[in-house]
Design a protein around this ligand. Structure first.
Ligand SMILES: CC(C)[C@H](C(=O)O)[C@@H](O)C(=O)O
Ligand code: SF4
Length: 789
């Protein structure tokens, strides 16, 4: 009898290409989505190393973040359509790269273009039980299908393009069980905001989160996507929901979904993807669905979520000094007085869009509220930005666009838009927005902008009333009640144990040959013969734990090695520092990895003077001796949470920071740091406060000895006896190794896995290759078939 496993365990196990003794796994990636922001440097890396895209059929690209959302009726070319130079360059760079590397692409002239997390499911590219990655944190969205889907950084994008695999450690299992039924009018957005409010933005750190229970089973696919989308906001590596009949019904008939006998084979397999009875979870949270009422955020973190009937919290009631300070800062930034009723908060703008809530059901929900109403006179702008060209078409077919336009909304073209404002759709300073997006970080929707997160129905009600408003009191015109996104579905009952065993059969097949004579001994990272290294990784990778060289080496792949670092440590007394704060969106438009130091903590380091010139603030990195800090010493949890932008470690590195110490880190940022020769060290908060902060505050240097895993003061006294670091990552860092080179040495394992996949998971073959160069001739669920660039 095999050990009971969770849904995550099953999907993880079925993708293992190789495991080494330090518990580092090489996982096969079934689906890779690509967008313009996080891919230019990855394609450049491929080009420089003369590498190709290994599985074009598993790769699908689109443009979403940078593109204007004004009408494309007269669209001729990117060159003439995009006015912002840096945005245009990024889009054109992707257009060039997809041609050169022959990657399927939905460009701005395609009806199928849209936000990357909307088009994957829409096309049937996202499938249950698959591994899905994208250089974007909200890749977690695809977990709604029972896929293992997570965001990666640009270095990992390059790794996946080149090898179709990724190096992973196993996450912890966490379950969020939502018992009972949601009340009428309560959506999955209220539910996920409530959950994040309960567990916090670091609540899921290090975990893959499975959402389960009656309330989840009753959600439609689109509502499930909104849930999983925001699991990253709870710090989770990924969110997952077991596939069931609702899932199969949604996938069936989509352009890239399997059909015929392959469909039957796929469904038979997908029905085995559920958490076994008695499977062990490391963390479990139980939520009663009936307790949830419409929920909105008041502050600058998604965890600042409260029921709409509550009032703005009061920092004077908070004991913990770090929490209290964070709350005071959030209130100041948001321009809010403690104890104000949330419903009394007036808003300036409304944004209905983003990968969380810009699907057809979201637009239907908002339209049902808006129908027959006008937006309030204090609303300066209200916009609806459909998640994809196909969502837009469907909404127009249903007449939703007219309902919005009649009420005073703008009806836009698909893209990320004001979710993060990399295009012209931004808020002016101090403007307050009711937004259906997923992040309310400082500066997210524009410098000094103020964001309140909520469901589409709540955002529509806020537009009508000009203030935050409880949807349950809303008076619908025409007697309509907002369509609730819940559809009833029966969980699959025909789970076939035997079949499950047979699908997992391959674990018994030696996918990882234990052949000791193999040229590359798979379990020994210490002695891979230099001759076999990729031509870009020619340096010796022998590691001697007692060797503590004090000079900085650079491998021929360009990766700097990290051994012993001596430098000033800048104290940063903040928690939940998100990557939007580390490097704001306006700096993401580069196609290079360098030169980002000047944008580091931009909104905190600078403020504008009367002439609109940047003036330095008293932020720690502007003050001597910390201007030259090499170490960042953070006292609060969850440093680097949020977006997957590798620009965050690039900016830190460019500024001169080489090591970050914090009680905990956002998972993607943690990974990205290692890939760039930066060392993130986790140390308990009380130890940081007691032992390290006094040294940093005295302006003295610290010595980080990675080979010995110790921290010393400048006199050579040991301050931290032993910090933790994953052995494989340490090995790569100490030796400045490019892990693509290391992975390519495992070619035989990758090939073996691919042969097995072709047989067991034949329904995954084809992928984006099935995209046909046809426009509007055949019917797909949305009436238009996928097309090619
Ligand atoms: C640009 C991209 C890296 C980023 C992400 O990873 O999430 C963006 O989509 C966001 O929402 O902040
Ligand atoms: S969160 Fe916003 S910016 Fe990021 S992918 Fe989704 S819509 Fe785009």
């Amino acid at each position: 009898m095999s050990k009971p496993r969770t849904l995550y365990d099953k999907v993880f196990d079925s993708h293992i290409v190789h495991e080494d003794e330090s518990n580092s796994y090489l996982l096969y990636i079934d689906r890779h989505l690509v967008h313009e922001v996080t891919s230019p440097q990855a394609f450049e890396g491929l080009k420089n190393a003369n590498r190709t895209v290994r599985r074009k059929d598993c790769t699908l690209a689109t443009v979403d973040h940078n593109i204007p959302t004004e009408s494309r009726k007269h669209f001729k070319s990117t060159k003439t359509f995009i006015k912002q130079n840096d945005s245009r360059l990024q889009v054109e760079t992707l257009e060039k790269n997809v041609k050169e590397f022959e990657v399927k692409f939905f460009g701005m002239d395609s009806k199928n273009q849209g936000i990357v997390h909307i088009i994957g499911p829409e096309q049937g590219f996202t499938l249950p039980g698959t591994t899905v990655v994208c250089g974007d944190s909200h890749t977690s969205t695809h977990g709604a299908f029972g896929a293992l889907a997570f965001g990666i950084g640009t270095s990992e994008v390059e790794h996946v393009l080149a090898t179709q695999t990724i190096i992973q450690t196993k996450s912890k299992n966490m379950r969020i069980q939502v018992n009972g039924k949601l009340n009428e009018g309560i959506t999955s957005k209220d539910l996920i905001l409530h959950i994040i409010g309960v567990i916090g933005t670091a609540g899921g750190t290090g975990c893959v989160m499975e959402f389960a229970g009656e309330a989840i089973e009753n959600l439609s696919m689109e509502a499930r996507m909104s849930m999983c989308n925001m699991s990253i906001e709870a710090g989770a590596r990924a969110g997952m929901i077991k596939p069931d009949q609702t899932t199969f019904d949604y996938v069936k008939g989509r352009p890239l979904a399997p059909s015929g006998a392959e469909w039957d084979k796929a469904v038979a397999y997908w029905k085995t993807l559920y958490t076994d009875e008695n499977a062990k979870f490391d963390k479990e949270i139980i939520i009663a669905a009936k307790d949830i009422i419409p929920t909105v955020t008041w502050g600058t973190s998604p965890q600042d979520a409260l029921p709409i009937t509550a009032s703005v919290p009061d920092p004077n009631k908070i004991d913990d000094p770090i929490n209290k300070k964070a709350m005071e800062r959030a209130l100041e930034y948001m321009g809010l007085e403690a104890n104000t009723n949330l419903e009394d908060i007036k808003i300036d703008k409304v944004f209905i869009g983003s990968c969380t809530n810009a699907r057809i059901e979201d637009l239907r929900n908002a339209a049902a509220v808006i129908k027959g109403h006008k937006i309030a006179s204090n609303i300066k702008r209200a916009m609806v930005v459909p998640g994809s060209g196909l969502v837009k078409l469907e909404a127009e077919k249903e007449g939703l666009d007219q309902i919005f336009v009649d009420a005073g909304f703008e009806w836009r073209e698909a893209g990320c838009s004001m979710c993060l404002g990399m295009n012209p759709d931004i808020l002016s300073p101090q403007e307050r927005c009711a937004s259906t997006s997923n992040r309310n970080f400082e500066g997210r929707q524009g410098a000094a902008s103020r964001t309140h997160l909520m469901s589409p129905a709540m955002a529509a009600a806020a537009a009508v009333h000009g203030r935050l408003f409880d949807i349950r009191k809303f008076e619908y015109k025409n007697g309509d009640v907002a369509q609730i996104e819940i559809t009833s579905s029966k969980p699959s009952t025909s789970e076939d144990k035997l079949l499950q065993e047979s699908v997992y059969n391959h674990e018994k097949i030696p996918v990882q040959p234990n052949d000791a004579s193999s040229e590359v001994a798979e379990d020994e990272i210490d002695d891979i013969p230099v001759d076999h290294l990729d031509k870009n990784v020619k340096k010796s990778i022998k590691i001697n734990p007692n060797d503590t060289p004090h000079t900085k080496k650079t491998s021929s792949s360009g990766m700097e090695s990290f051994t012993v670092l001596k430098g000033i440590a800048a104290p940063l007394d903040k928690q939940n520092v998100d990557t939007d704060a580390i490097i704001p969106k306006q700096f993401l438009k580069t196609i290079k990895r360098t030169g980002l130091g000047s944008g580091l903590f931009y909104e905190w380091r600078f403020k504008k003077d009367a002439n609109n010139k940047d003036q330095e603030t008293d932020f720690v990195l502007n003050v001597e001796p910390y201007r030259n800090a090499k170490i960042l010493l953070v006292t609060g949890d969850n440093f680097g949470c949020g977006s997957s932008r590798e620009h965050a470690p690039w900016a830190l590195k460019d500024f001169g920071i080489q090591c970050m110490i914090a009680p905990s880190f956002g998972d993607i940022f943690y990974n990205n740091s290692f890939k760039n020769g930066l060392l993130p060290i986790r140390i308990d908060q009380d130890i940081i406060l007691e032992k390290l902060i006094p040294i940093a505050k005295a302006g003295k240097e610290l010595v980080i000895d990675l080979p010995k895993q110790q921290i010393l003061d400048s006199d050579g006294n040991i301050v931290i006896e032993q910090f933790d670091v994953d052995p494989f990552r340490k090995h790569c860092l100490v030796n400045g190794l490019d892990d693509i080179g290391l992975t390519l040495q495992k070619e035989e394992f990758i090939k073996k896995y691919e042969a097995l996949r072709k047989d067991k998971f034949s329904f995954l073959e084809g992928g984006s290759r099935l995209i046909k160069p046809v426009i509007g001739t055949k019917k797909s669920p949305y009436g238009v078939l996928a097309q090619e660039w």
